[in-house]
Ligand binder design. Structure first.
Ligand code: TMP
Length: 240
């Protein structure tokens, strides 16, 4: 008998077991959280939108030689994925200063960085996802030095691909967050999702600092028109 029971419920997705222990089903929810779940809400059709965008990006990344957990999308808000053990690290790549980088460094919002910045944060809501140093990564045994090197290399390669992809959508990729996992063979795979929840995306055609925002900052900062922005991102992605 196959066991399709719930394995884990996160803030944005529910993971179900399938008949195959190597495969899980991810169900993308409309629930939205920000600031380590201190702010909660819902974005209409977000599950379908984020799953559709992520599916397309994972397919294209695979075609460009990046190994991901993605298998296929059996329903608009569902993704079949390879079962992985997620590393408790949030890998953030930044091309333009925004968000916590501005808050913590004083850099002006919108400053173009001379080269992409790759940062590691400890994935732990209770501790507020703190920024990690290389020594803290080793101290906490969150990843081996070899894994950190591989992740950094992959993150920069993914950034190059995504910058080009979003440019074709007339969107500037400001920054984004990635998660990686290890499969049963200890192979490092890109996991989680890539969507307006996990990227800062600015409309190239808009100069206004609020009107240009097409991502979860609309929810975080109560900018309104959240559903419209997510839908617009999906429509542009589907045209590429
Ligand atoms: P930050 O500027 O708040 O550190 O966020 C950097 C990027 O990472 C931004 O695109 C949003 C994304 N992000 C997540 O996907 N999840 C998170 O928990 C956080 C804090 C940021």
């Amino acid at each position: 008998m196959s066991d399709n029971s719930k394995l884990y419920e996160g803030k944005a997705k529910i993971l179900y077991r399938t008949g195959d222990p190597e495969i899980l089903l991810a169900d993308f929810k409309d629930d939205a959280t920000a600031f380590n779940a201190q702010k909660r809400g819902s974005i209409q059709n977000k599950g379908i939108i984020n799953c559709s965008i992520s599916s397309k990006l994972f397919e294209q990344l695979e075609a460009n030689g990046i190994k991901t957990h993605y298998i296929d999308s059996p329903a608009p808000n569902q993704m079949r994925v390879k079962a992985v053990k997620i590393l408790p690290i949030e890998v953030v790549v930044r091309n333009i200063a925004a968000g916590s980088l501005c808050q913590q460094t004083g850099l002006t919002l919108g400053t173009v960085l001379a080269k992409p910045l790759v940062e590691f944060y400890y994935k732990n809501d209770e501790l507020g996802d703190p920024l990690l140093t290389p020594d803290r990564l080793q101290l906490m045994k969150l990843a081996t030095e070899e894994q950190v090197d591989s992740i950094t290399h992959l993150a920069l390669k993914i950034n190059k691909f995504l910058q080009g992809f979003w440019q074709q959508c007339n969107i500037t990729l400001v920054d984004f967050k990635l998660e990686f996992g290890l499969d049963s063979q200890q192979q490092l795979l890109l996991a989680d999702e890539i969507s307006p929840d996990t990227c800062r995306l600015w409309d190239i055609a808009q100069d206004d600092p609020n009107l240009r925002v097409m991502d979860k900052d609309r929810f975080r900062r109560d900018l309104g028109n959240i559903e419209n922005a997510y839908q617009e991102v999906l429509q542009r992605v589907l045209k590429v």
